[in-house]
Design a protein around this ligand. Structure first.
Ligand code: NOJ
Length: 574
């Protein structure tokens, strides 16, 4: 009897340890950002929509994605392309209806895809009913936004000056005068985006209701917009302190003119994230289902990321975005050593402590990766990112190497340069690249669409698309899965140009990337002679490669031509 019990006990222990090793869905997800205006237009008006997304969802499975995040689809006057929401619980007619959204979710569920939506809690549109009520000081809405009297203008008696020197992200004062209410309101972004007042508990309740509304419809989580901007410093006497000069620019209209010690990363933000996380966790406890996940948009240091993730007692965002690659990809002299430093910045702090990783290479606020690192290195980046542990975050179009559209911005509305990386997705070589049946799309289609599109690239063995698919497929094999406390992952620059990642514990994969435009021989760079004598097989090659899949080679004899990236698999002796 004792023997039987101890055997049973052994199996319980064993199955528990297996359970703890199993990752939750988001920990090694392949996340794809869809910019709904630009992905697929179903009704021929030149603007992408929900029906279009639903129609094309299978494509995400084809390229190995497991989840998608949709940029804002909510009712909006579109002063900031949907980041100015006028009704947080309805779909903008440009994109469709709530029923269209339900249909999208249904199809995604059938395909096994998670769907996350954008949550924009820092501000609303100035056309939002809440803001109109706040202007009129309606009961319950008086303090819904950040209002202030301003300072007396000594030069113009009776006139008011903004309450502080704060500068908005898009330039100019962060304060806008409202004639009707005879007060200034705060806007961290455009003046059409008034900031909510999170010191008012009613705003907390309103935001939790927004989360609940979309959770009840079945979303798998949220990308939280503009996290570090949620609170501003207010002194006990109700005034707002000026920010000091940064010394970085002489342009007093530009946000970089000041050091943002009072308008970003205030301590209350962390508590707000913990509040939302608790709400999501509780929702799961009550309603069951898979984990609902929070992504946090925050261009902050790893120390702040650490807090946004959690403090041991409380948890915040599952995935505060790792934007370190964004800064790195802007560097004109990017090389293997800088890549190593950037990976280490995350691995040595966040991964070490929390075993969580994510790698953002692009989004709608940035130029396309190829325009930042050079066309010849875009596949290299996609391959390396898929080989790192954690979550890959792919902005639509990066998988086929789309480029930014640099159209003349002379007549643009302010900030429209940000549209350069938002052009319509290139599905095929038909009219408007198959994005729309209309030749008039909301932004021009990139001129290279005849060559750079899904249809053409499906048929070219070493196209960006096929390389992307192959590396994503490997990412989801046992050898490439999150390694947690076990071995099976190492990385480093072998010299200025060559970066190496090693994955797998039973099997061994080497990912070798040449960042430079010189021929590199691996034999000369290996630390161990014994290692070099092992045989490897090419299992992934890029368009620059003179090698073929299936070629076999001794590690010490491997060479890389300029910008070549390959994945080799060790041939195990029988
Ligand atoms: C960040 C978004 O990515 C950006 O597009 C937007 O303008 C601001 N937040 C304001 O919502």
């Amino acid at each position: 009897m004792i023997k039987i019990l101890s055997v049973a006990f052994f199996f319980i222990i064993l199955s528990e340890s297996c359970l703890t090793l199993k990752s939750d869905w988001w920990e090694d997800a392949s996340l794809y950002q869809i910019y709904p205006r630009s992905w697929k237009d179903s009704d021929g008006n030149g603007i992408g929509d929900l029906k279009g997304i639903t129609e094309k969802l299978d494509y995400l499975r084809e390229i190995g994605m497991t989840a998608t995040w949709l940029s804002p689809i909510f009712e909006s006057p579109m002063a900031d392309n949907g980041y100015d929401i006028s009704n947080f619980t309805n779909i903008d007619p440009i994109f469709g209806t709530l029923e269209d959204f339900d249909a999208l979710l249904k199809k995604a569920k059938n395909l096994g895809l998670k769907v996350l939506v954008d949550f924009v809690p820092n501000h609303s549109s100035d056309e939002c009913e809440w803001f109109k009520k706040s202007i009129n000081r309606e009961d319950g809405y008086d303090d819904f936004y950040v209002w202030a009297d301003g300072k007396d203008d000594p030069q113009n008696p009776g006139k008011k000056l903004p309450p502080s020197n704060w500068i908005s992200i898009f330039g100019g004062s962060m304060w806008e005068w409202n004639e009707k209410r005879q007060q200034f309101y705060l806007h961290q972004f455009y003046k059409e985006q008034p900031d909510f007042n999170f010191r008012n508990p009613k705003v907390h309740t309103a935001m939790l209701e927004v989360l609940k509304f979309w959770l009840d419809r079945g979303v798998d989580g949220f990308r939280i917009d503009a996290v570090p901007h949620m609170y501003e410093k207010i002194l006990e006497d109700g005034t707002f302190p000026d920010e000091p000069l940064s010394g970085e620019t002489d342009d007093s209209n530009c946000q970089d003119f000041l050091k943002h010690i009072y308008t970003q990363e205030q301590y209350e933000t962390v508590e707000l994230l913990y509040e939302w996380r608790e709400f999501l966790d509780e929702y799961k406890r009550v309603h069951g289902g898979d984990t609902r996940v929070l992504l946090a948009e925050a261009y902050v240091s790893v120390e702040t990321i650490d807090q946004y993730y959690g403090n041991g007692t409380h948890f915040g965002a599952h995935l505060p975005f790792n934007f370190n690659f964004d800064a790195m990809l802007k560097l004109p002299h990017l090389n293997a050593r800088i890549f190593e430093e950037t990976v280490s910045l995350w691995m040595d702090s966040i991964w070490k402590k929390h075993k969580m990783g994510n790698w953002v290479v692009g989004n709608h606020d940035l130029l396309r990766v190829g325009d930042r690192v050079g066309e010849e290195r875009k596949d290299l980046i996609n391959i390396l990112v898929a080989a790192l542990p954690g979550v890959t975050i792919t902005y639509y179009g990066e998988e086929i190497g789309m480029t930014s559209i640099f159209y003349d911005c002379e007549d643009c509305l302010t900030g429209e340069e940000r549209n350069f990386g938002r052009s319509p997705f290139q599905w095929n070589d038909d009219i408007s690249a198959g994005f729309s049946s209309s030749p008039n799309t909301w932004l021009p289609v990139a001129e290279n669409y005849k060559k750079v599109n899904v249809k053409v690239q499906r048929g070219v063995a070493r196209s960006s698309l096929n390389i992307f698919k192959a590396s994503q497929k490997l990412k989801h094999t046992a050898a490439f899965k999150a390694f947690k406390d076990k071995g099976g992952f190492s990385y480093g620059a072998l010299n200025e140009n060559v970066f190496q990642i090693i994955r797998g514990s039973n099997e061994e994969y080497r990912i070798l990337a040449n960042f430079g435009n010189k021929l590199e021989t691996i034999g000369a760079l290996l630390s161990s002679h014994k290692d070099g004598r092992n045989y490897f097989e090419y299992i992934l090659v890029t368009c620059y490669s003179p090698h073929n899949i299936g070629d076999r080679v001794r590690l010490e004899s491997v060479f890389l031509v300029p910008f070549e990236t390959v994945i080799l698999k060790k041939i195990l002796k029988k």
